[in-house]
Design a protein around this ligand. Structure first.
Ligand SMILES: Cc1cc2nc3c(=O)[nH]c(=O)nc-3n(C[C@H](O)[C@H](O)[C@H](O)COP(=O)(O)OP(=O)(O)OC[C@H]3O[C@@H](n4cnc5c(N)ncnc54)[C@H](O)[C@@H]3O)c2cc1C
Length: 721
């Protein structure tokens, strides 16, 4: 060590080190929190967090592709099962038809993530996502039923942590549906705070001397719970007699419990907003299992929490982004087609500016959601576990879907409110809050996880410094502290110079076509990085409790992420001219939201004596905003394309299953577009001016229009059935 560094440590770093410890400025991070926060790894979020994103590097990450086999599965098996499942009947009968259950099992829909060597389909995350996306565009019940065995649960946990014998036994049985799995974590007192599990198991020696576990559990909201043959159970394992010599509390453990065992009660069902997928409470009293039922057997004891956090770090990027994307594509398709078919005040409602504003917004949102979902899946398929990006995807995709469904329903008016086989949106609407609640409820994900995990996982210096402090390692702390200081100073400079030049100073761009957006994102990133360090200095560990501030930082990070993914798609698709307006809407909207979040942070970050400085910063954001308002003409142009150009609409709303009702809408739209000239002639010159052919075409178009505009009605007997 140089003498300069020695002196620096002696006269500066050590006193600082001692002061941080004695004043309690060191954030307290429990072991369970540490496991949750450090799960997974860092991907492009790290670039955005660091203040100097390298878009050349970001855009080099691959976009995923389907193999021929995966594509064939999507085009044949998925199409077939959709044709077998009629969503309205599923709701009436409160179950999937028996032949659908059989088909799903026979064709290994429940084994998409299980490798072929174990009898599964061995699909990529992208293929798995495409299947879920198409299923959900037809039936939420069908999609959720397929989604759950392929997400966090017995198969996923066995694949990563199971013993070979456990894999050999269970995986083939899970792949072909001989076993139906569920995963039981949530309890009446344990929802978001999943680490506080109360269900427990006690180790004891059986009469024959074998070590066994006696379980007591009370779980709720468990999807597939009442029909599962194998329950993946998370519980706290105790060893009151210290049989293993490791103390009394052994920690959260995951095991597979045969649901036919004595003491298991799976007789009840919940009713999640009338959406009839299987969801149930599960009770267990004195249920006996062996050590070999623990996932990973004895090695898996006490490892449950890290298993769950690692798996969630990946899973959040797959299931819910896929259902949200499929739902948004359906909503956008229905809204844009319906608006071209529905006439009011003598005009197609798509011609009204108010409607085109909403259709334009829907298309832009769906484009962005699909872009971010696909980009993230590409990272997962390349072996990354981007924990923060996946948390962002979970939150953003479900929130976007919620808004998109409501927007589409607004456009359909009464036709979206009246339930029946003709209504394509009502059941999607019922399902929206499910995605919001599961896999980390959204308020918590926004205000605690996105930025909280981000700062631990993605910041280059924070967590290493905390570790150095915890380990009493002054030397490492010294190096990290001064590297961190340099990092803050660099970001302060970047923030200043990019601010006064409105980002133009940033020259290291990937493409001239996206130059301006890359520059502004770099400006946003520098400002975000500098301000997050400043917030830490001003608030210290209290920042963890200031969730509204942390939530706004999370918003900025997640907008930067979604916008970067949108640029990647635009580039991947070959900078299509017709997508320019969509790109402008996505980016301007994103920058406006980033401005809003910065203002929110400045307004709340500090009281006197620094409040004047932040008031000044608010004024500066208003005088020098990153975002400009979305242009009405962009929204109108997008809406025009969406209601008249079936190729572009098909691209934005790809992978939607074309049910009979969807086909009715598409055909009617086509027919109406084809008679536009005849309509104009009739309006100007009267009916007699039309040729016989034109009259026939108009008649057919009007009949098709009537079919689309009609809603279901029921006799008293049918209604009260
Ligand atoms: C349809 C459905 C299916 C499900 N399937 C399964 C399953 O198969 N297996 C399983 O184990 N579980 C399942 N769950 C449970 C789901 O994961 C939980 O509902 C979820 O974890 C939230 O728990 P909670 O409902 O008890 O809400 P709570 O934890 O009570 O949360 C209530 C509100 O408080 C907010 N909140 C909580 N903590 C914080 C915080 N620190 N900061 C800010 N806000 C906070 C939440 O965001 C939420 O808005 C399912 C739930 C539903 C509804």
């Amino acid at each position: 060590m140089s003498s300069f560094k020695n002196k620096r440590i002696k006269y500066f770093t050590r006193p600082l080190f001692n002061m941080i410890k004695s004043k309690g400025l060191l954030p307290t991070i429990s072991e369970t929190e540490k496991t949750a926060l450090t799960a997974g790894d860092v991907w492009i979020e790290g670039e955005l967090f660091g203040g100097k994103p390298d878009f050349k590097k970001i855009f080099k990450y691959p976009y995923p592709k389907l193999t021929d086999e995966e594509k064939t599965f999507l085009d044949t098996k998925v199409e077939k099962v959709c044709s077998m499942a009629i969503d309205w009947e599923i709701f009436q009968n409160r179950d999937l038809p028996q032949d659908v259950w059989t088909y799903l099992k026979e064709e290994k829909f429940f084994g998409m993530i299980i490798p072929k060597e174990f009898g599964g389909l061995g699909f990529s995350a992208y293929a798995h996502s495409c299947v879920i996306e198409k299923l959900v565009s037809h039936s939420q019940v069908l999609a959720i039923t397929v989604m759950v065995p392929n997400s966090l649960g017995p198969a996923e946990l066995l694949l990563h942590y199971g013993k070979q014998e456990q894999k050999d036994y269970y995986l083939p049985r899970l792949a072909d549906g001989r076993e139906v799995p569920c995963f039981a974590l949530t309890e009446p007192d344990v929802g978001s705070d999943a680490a506080s599990i109360k269900s427990y198991g006690e180790l004891f020696k059986d009469d024959d001397g074998a070590l066994k576990i006696k379980l007591q559990f009370e779980k709720r909201y468990i999807t597939l719970g009442s029909i599962a043959s194998v329950i993946g159970l998370a519980f706290s394992l105790r060893d009151p007699q210290n049989l293993l010599g490791k103390g009394e509390e052994l920690g959260i453990t995951c095991a597979l419990v045969d649901s036919k065992k004595d003491g298991v009660d799976q007789s009840k069902r919940h009713d999640p907003l009338n959406v009839p997928f299987v969801n149930a409470p599960l009770l267990g009293v004195d249920v006996i299992i062996g050590i070999d039922d623990i996932i990973g057997a004895e090695e898996g004891i006490g490892q449950g929490w890290s298993m769950l956090m690692e798996s969630l770090a990946v899973g959040r990027g797959i299931s819910l982004p896929s259902t949200s994307s499929g739902g948004s594509k359906l909503a956008t398709l229905v809204a844009s087609v319906y608006s071209s078919v529905r006439y009011q005040f003598g005009l197609s409602i798509s011609k009204f500016e108010g409607i085109s504003e909403v259709v334009g917004r829907l298309a832009a949102s769906t484009y962005m959601l699909d872009a971010a979902k696909t980009f993230t899946l590409g990272a997962i398929d390349a072996g990354a576990k981007p924990a923060v990006a996946n948390a962002i995807m979970k939150y953003q995709s479900t929130e976007m879907f919620r808004k998109n469904v409501l927007d589409a329903m607004d456009i359909q008016g009464g036709a979206a409110i009246s339930r029946g086989p003709k209504n394509l949106l009502a059941h999607a609407y019922f399902g929206v809050p499910i995605g919001i609640t599961v896999e980390g409820a959204n308020i918590m994900t926004r205000s605690l996880i996105q930025f909280g995990q981000g700062i631990i996982r993605c910041h280059p210096y924070i967590y290493p410094q905390v570790e150095a402090l915890q380990n009493g390692d002054v030397e490492s702390f010294d190096t990290l502290f001064f590297s961190h200081t340099k990092h803050v100073l660099r970001n302060a400079m970047l923030c200043f110079f990019l601010g006064i030049t409105r980002g133009y100073l940033h020259q290291n761009v990937d493409s001239s076509k996206t130059r301006r957006y890359e520059q502004k994102l770099s400006w946003a990133s520098a400002k975000f990085a500098f301000l997050s360090d400043l917030a830490l200095v001003l608030m210290g560990p209290a920042l963890k409790r200031r969730e509204s501030i942390s939530g706004r930082f999370g918003d900025i990070l997640s907008h930067m992420y979604m916008m970067s993914a949108t640029l990647k798609r635009y580039k991947h698709d070959g900078y299509l001219k017709e997508d320019e307006a969509i790109l402008r809407v996505v980016m301007e909207n994103g920058f406006c939201k980033i401005d809003e979040a910065f203002i929110g942070i400045y307004a709340n970050i500090s009281k006197a004596p620094l409040s004047w400085l932040f008031k000044l910063k608010i004024l500066l954001v208003k005088l020098n905003p990153m975002g400009t308002s979305i242009k009405d003409k962009d929204l109108q142009y997008i809406a025009h394309l969406m209601s008249t150009n079936k190729d572009i609409r098909g691209r934005i709303c790809s992978n939607v299953y074309e049910s009979t009702r969807v086909k009715e809408l598409l055909n009617a739209s086509e027919a109406i577009i084809n008679v536009q000239e005849a309509f104009a002639k009739e309006k100007k010159l009267g009916k007699d001016s039309l040729s016989e052919d034109e009259k026939v075409l108009i008649k057919i178009a009007r009949e098709m229009q009537d079919i689309v505009v009609s809603v279901d009605s029921f006799s008293k007997e049918e209604y009260f059935r």
